[in-house]
Design a protein. Structure first.
Length: 412
């Protein structure tokens, strides 16, 4: 019996040990299979987090574009006016007083320019019927020429024997029979009057855009105050911002701020100088060729010529429009196109690299993508602000160690 018990105990121990071994193998197999799943889950989480954050940032930029555009416009104006404030500070002006004097001078200049533009636009508004009539005549001439070309092409391609016979003359139209039965007038009854208000496309457009226009004007009213406070509190803002960083990060932040200031100032001031030169040259050239409203279309054409990629065709629109009533032959229009094209090519190929390109250093691919992205988010304002914002982002990447590869990718 004892031998039988010992044998059974050995068998039981063997079965238990075999089960323990199998369970350990199963646990090790589960652990081996669960490790890739955990790694994949962590990778998905690491990708999903930045994507969600990027979507939130894009949504904030899109829905808050009026606020951001207003703030960036104020920052750029502050960069333009900062050298004048620094000049007054050097001659013993208090910074707050220097900022007030510079802002007041800038507002006075804008007011005078607005008065000049208003006088020109009021004269142009009085002659709008002439321009509409001229446009109608041009459209009629073009349609007649197109119809003549179609008729000649038809006569050349279709032989005379295959020409369809002319349709028979239509008989005189009979009087239209009215199916409506006359309703006898009831004595003493008041006739029903229906008031139908026709909708106008202009009225619908104004009613839809009135709210957004009011919001834009409300935010634009804050720009002078923002510019003044940015100029008067420049040193305090700079010191307070650097207090958020410590050690090497503070030095990198200071270099980034200086790089942003240099690039944005180079772009904004350079484009402003180029726009003023093109405006003066275009106004003088249009006045010499006796183009109407030269003081209005000259500055418009000069500054529109600086719009990336579409600057030349956009700059041609104002002078060609006012030339509709000034020239009767094609030579006048060709002269206007030649003047705008020459100024545009000279500015972009000779002056732009010296004033702007030497400091911005952005490759064409980065410029194109930035124009697409910011144009989608902020429309026309995004096209104007895309390059300085991308240049500022590149300045930050160049001075932050972990972001330098991005700065090299954006650079030229």
């Amino acid at each position: 019996m004892r031998g039988f018990r010992d044998g059974m105990r050995r068998k039981t121990d063997f079965i238990i040990n075999a089960g323990v071994v199998d369970s350990r193998q199963d646990l090790s197999l589960v652990a081996i299979l669960s490790n890739p799943l955990r790694a994949a889950e962590q990778e998905v989480r690491s990708i999903a987090g930045p994507l969600i954050a990027l979507g939130v940032v894009i949504a904030i930029l899109y829905f808050g574009r009026v606020f951001f555009i207003t703030s960036l416009a104020a920052v750029m104006l502050a960069f333009i006016l900062e050298p004048f404030v620094t000049l007054l500070v050097r001659i013993r002006f208090p910074r707050s007083l220097a900022a007030f004097v510079v802002c007041a001078a800038a507002l006075s200049m804008l007011y005078l320019m607005g008065l000049g533009a208003y006088s020109q636009m009021s004269g142009l508004a009085e002659e709008l019927p002439r321009y509409s009539q001229r446009i109608g005549e041009l459209v009629a001439n073009v349609s007649q020429q197109v119809e003549g070309m179609e008729q000649r092409t038809y006569e050349v391609l279709m032989p005379a024997r295959n020409k369809p016979a002319p349709p028979p003359p239509e008989p005189a139209r009979k009087k239209r029979r009215t199916t409506d039965t006359a309703v006898p007038a009831v004595p003493g009854a008041i006739p029903e009057v229906r008031i139908h208000e026709e909708s106008s496309p202009i009225k619908d457009f104004v009613s839809v855009r009135l709210g957004s226009f009011y919001q834009i004007m409300l935010m634009a009213s804050f720009v002078p105050f923002l510019v003044y406070f940015m100029l008067s509190w420049h040193d305090h803002i700079h010191r307070s911002f650097l207090q958020f960083f410590h050690g090497e990060d503070r030095a990198a932040a200071a270099r980034s701020l200086q790089g942003i200031a240099d690039m944005v100032r180079a772009f904004v001031v350079g484009n402003s100088v180029l726009g003023l030169l093109l405006a003066a040259a275009s106004s003088l050239a249009f006045w010499i060729i006796h183009l109407p409203y030269a003081l209005l279309v000259g500055p418009l054409s000069g500054f529109l010529s600086l719009v990336p990629y579409v600057g030349l065709p956009v700059a041609l629109l104002p002078p060609l429009f006012v030339a509709l009533t000034a020239y009767d032959n094609i030579s006048g229009y060709l002269l206007v196109v030649a003047i705008v094209s020459v100024f545009h090519l000279l500015a972009l190929n000779l002056l732009y690299p010296k004033f702007v390109g030497s400091r911005v250093h952005l490759n064409p691919l980065a410029v194109t993508f930035s124009l697409m992205i910011w144009g989608f988010l902020w429309d026309a304002a995004g096209l104007l602000l895309a390059i300085p914002m991308t240049a500022a982002f590149k300045a930050v990447c160049d001075n932050v160690k972990g972001l330098r590869p991005i700065g090299k990718f954006l650079g030229d």
